[in-house]
Design a protein around this ligand. Structure first.
Ligand SMILES: [Zn+2]
Ligand SMILES: [Zn+2]
Length: 335
């Protein structure tokens, strides 16, 4: 089969490899589409902790079941599935306390130590496969994985209706968080992004107000929920200052590992600010499938570009310079 392999940091190769065979409790998925995200850049650049090279990238994907292992009864050839790429060991301290995304032996297809979906076929554990609702197309389904990360983020917020949200970043994740906030009963959703070109889409999809800096919103009392989807230190520092008393600040965007931000401990103490991180997916993939079926996202807007498998390196280059929103590679024809 055709596959993309990151041989080592900076080395992307389009090649032919043996088609994988599913183990007893595994499913062979004919990949229809795989989204590209910042994690893929980290893998290609060699600055993601834990990646074992060479690796086939691609962790946001969907496709059609092509074969099932000898002990799989849950799926059959032809089923349309989205795949949760996160594989937890089930044995470590964090797995045992129900916090699998903090697993000491964390693995993820296409990210750490298992082949991903930038290939015609990908093998996944049966537990990680989710049947698509009839009204969710294979072309849109790769959005479910990033949506499941956003759903996990929301799991860690207070979840009260009628509150005001401020979101930093109008990229794919910022847009998803804004749409979830709107869907979850926010009183208002404000989105800030330095790139004014991105704000129109945010306004079309979910934002009541958009600006290139939060001062423009004139909300001196602050916001109950502030979410950083940029990972940029200036945005994080700015956002922390704008949390309303008793409110929550979420670190959702991925900052560089060595980054340091400053904040006022006095403010956090005096105003009882909650600061919470959100990492990947935890028990949220199935709900993301449901929400896709419910139409919480506008998938036609969210996926802006599609590329053939052999155009992977080109797609990465375009993503790196900020082209569009979600970019997707399509090893198989979307149904
Ligand atoms: Zn991703
Ligand atoms: Zn574990």
């Amino acid at each position: 089969m055709r596959a993309i392999i990151v041989e080592a940091p900076g080395q992307i190769k389009s090649t032919t490899v043996d088609e994988p065979t599913p183990g007893p409790r595994e499913v062979l998925v004919a990949v229809s589409g795989a989204g590209i995200c910042g994690t893929d850049l980290h893998i290609i650049d060699g600055d993601l902790e834990g990646t074992v090279y060479p690796i086939v990238p691609g962790h946001e994907f969907a496709g059609t079941v092509a074969a099932v292992g000898s002990q799989v009864t849950e799926f059959a050839e032809g089923d349309r599935v989205a795949v949760d790429p996160n594989v937890f060991c089930g044995e470590c301290h964090y797995c045992k306390i129900g916090r699998g995304n903090l697993c000491e032996r964390y693995n993820a297809l296409g990210v750490i130590n298992s082949p991903g979906a930038a290939a015609e076929f990908c093998v996944a554990p049966v537990a990680n496969c989710f049947l698509l609702p009839e009204n969710v197309s294979l072309a849109d389904a790769p959005l479910i994985e990033p949506l499941s990360c956003a759903v996990h983020g929301f799991d860690l917020l207070p979840g009260r209706v009628g509150e005001h949200y401020l979101i930093y970043g109008a990229g794919t994740m910022g847009l998803m968080m804004a749409q979830l906030a709107r869907f979850s009963g926010a009183a208002s959703v404000s989105v800030v992004d330095l790139n004014a070109d991105r704000l129109g889409v945010a306004a079309d999809l979910a934002a009541d107000r958009t600006a290139t800096e939060a001062n423009a919103f004139d909300r001196p009392q602050g916001w109950e929920v502030v979410i950083d989807c940029t990972g940029a230190v200036p945005a994080i520092e700015d956002g922390l200052r704008r949390v309303r008393k008793g409110g929550t600040f979420q670190v959702f965007g991925v900052a560089p590992e060595a980054a340091a931000a400053s904040f006022s401990p006095f403010q956090v103490y005096k105003d009882e600010i909650h600061i919470v991180g959100s990492m990947a997916v935890l028990h949220s993939f199935g709900r993301a499938v449901e929400l896709m079926g419910r139409g919480v996202l506008d998938p036609a807007v969210m996926t802006s570009h599609r590329f053939g498998l052999d155009e992977y390196a080109d797609a990465i280059d375009r993503f790196r310079v900020g082209v569009g929103r979600k970019l997707q590679i399509t090893p198989g024809a979307p149904a």
